[in-house]
Ligand binder design. Sequence first.
Ligand SMILES: NC(=O)c1ccc[n+]([C@@H]2O[C@H](COP(=O)([O-])OP(=O)(O)OC[C@H]3O[C@@H](n4cnc5c(N)ncnc54)[C@H](OP(=O)(O)O)[C@@H]3O)[C@@H](O)[C@H]2O)c1
Length: 321
Amino acid sequence: MKAVVYDRYGPPEALRLSDVPTPAPADDQVLVKVRAVSLNASDWELLRGKPLYARIGGPFRPRSPILGSDIAGSVDAVGRQVTRFHPGDSVFADILTSLGGFAEYACVPESALVAMPAGLSHEQAAALPQAGAIALQGIVGKGRVEPGQQVLINGGGGGAGMFAIQLAKLAGAEVTGVDNAEKLEFMRSLGADHVIDYARDDFTRTGRGYDLILDVAAHRPAFAYPRALRPGGRYLYVGGSVATLLQVVLLGPALGTAGRKKLRLLAVQQGAKHLAPLVELCLAGKVTAVIDRRYQLSQVPDALRYLGEGHAKGKVVVIID
Ligand SMILES: NC(=O)c1ccc[n+]([C@@H]2O[C@H](COP(=O)([O-])OP(=O)(O)OC[C@H]3O[C@@H](n4cnc5c(N)ncnc54)[C@H](OP(=O)(O)O)[C@@H]3O)[C@@H](O)[C@H]2O)c1
């Protein structure tokens, strides 16, 4: 089969289209013919080996030669213990733990697969898993956003941010999106009431307070965040620098004590039950998976460069014929 492979951390030039053996499913796995795979910041991080958490499981060399974690496609073959899926079924999944999506076929544990409902296209389904789970758990699950609350989404113009802005608006919040200047209009189009260009303004120093800050691009010292939280407010770290992550985990409980503020890591859960509400909202037309660009499998390096250089508004999807 064709796959985009790499064997060293580096720029998109480290990737190449190759012929590799088609994987065979283990007893509890499903072989999926991949039709669409969406890009996430995690692909960019795993390509470059930065931040340091991207090297977990592969300190010196990539842990998997094939990147790509949000796939949609059809079941080609099933292992002996698989009971829920059959050849021909349309499915999608987040396979961040095993990777292998930038390929014509991928082996996926049955437990990770979600049946694709009628009405959802392959590219829409591929856009949902990782970004959608972050947004759903950040805004609805752990975020517990209520009508009238002030919500800030740092990194609001990317994949997770795109869903998070829409979910926060649906929950009745007043929403501020923070991202680069190229994405301000995009965040407004998703419903953001206020937008901030991170290169011009520091949202922790505007004097405004938030009930929830969902941070997919955390790069400040953790002690900067409490001043941007209202009493009882919550800060959720999703991704960003390792220094900020460690500070949030180690110092978060102490930093938030004054004013009953909470600083926490959002450890995102994967799987069907964590995505179901978002799938329903998409099918009902209440949330849109905005696809910025589509690429072919051979163009994965260009697609990742586009994402990594900060141009992608919403999701970038690779379509595999
Ligand atoms: N906690 C968990 O369990 C978990 C699970 C899965 C993934 N993750 C993490 O979640 C993150 C996923 O984000 P995503 O897929 O939504 O990424 P994305 O599509 O790349 O979006 C991130 C957005 O943040 C913007 N940004 C960069 N630096 C910024 C700054 N200093 N201030 C404000 N915005 C900034 C980016 O703009 P530019 O284009 O200008 O860079 C981009 O628009 C990744 O870091 C991934 O590792 C966490």
